[in-house]
Design a protein around this ligand. Structure first.
Ligand SMILES: [Zn+2]
Length: 95
């Protein structure tokens, strides 16, 4: 199982609405990412930011803060490592 599919976040009210899960359910970052993209695509939110459904911007910023912009997660141990890293600082697995 890759790090991204580990269920690591409890969905709050906003996340549960967007992902279609129950509030308090454990979700993975991959689920959040996919769910958010789907949510935005379905509602065509990219075209008109002013029509953002309440909570969406909050969810987007939550997702961004989950993994820093210049960081990625190790495919093996899920550690945050620099985007350009070739090997994980923690476990040494090549990315
Ligand atoms: Zn690692």
């Amino acid at each position: 199982m890759s790090g991204l599919t580990k269920k690591t976040v409890y969905a709050d009210k906003v996340l549960s609405t967007i992902l279609g899960v129950s509030e308090g359910e454990l979700v993975s970052y991959a689920q959040i990412s996919q769910g958010l993209h789907k949510y935005i695509k379905e509602r065509d939110l990219r075209k008109t930011p002013s029509e953002y459904t309440p909570g969406t911007q909050e969810a987007v910023s939550m997702l961004k803060s989950a993994v820093s912009p210049n960081m990625k997660r190790c495919r093996d141990c899920d550690a945050e490592i620099p985007l350009e890293a070739v090997f994980c600082d923690l476990c040494g697995v090549s990315q």
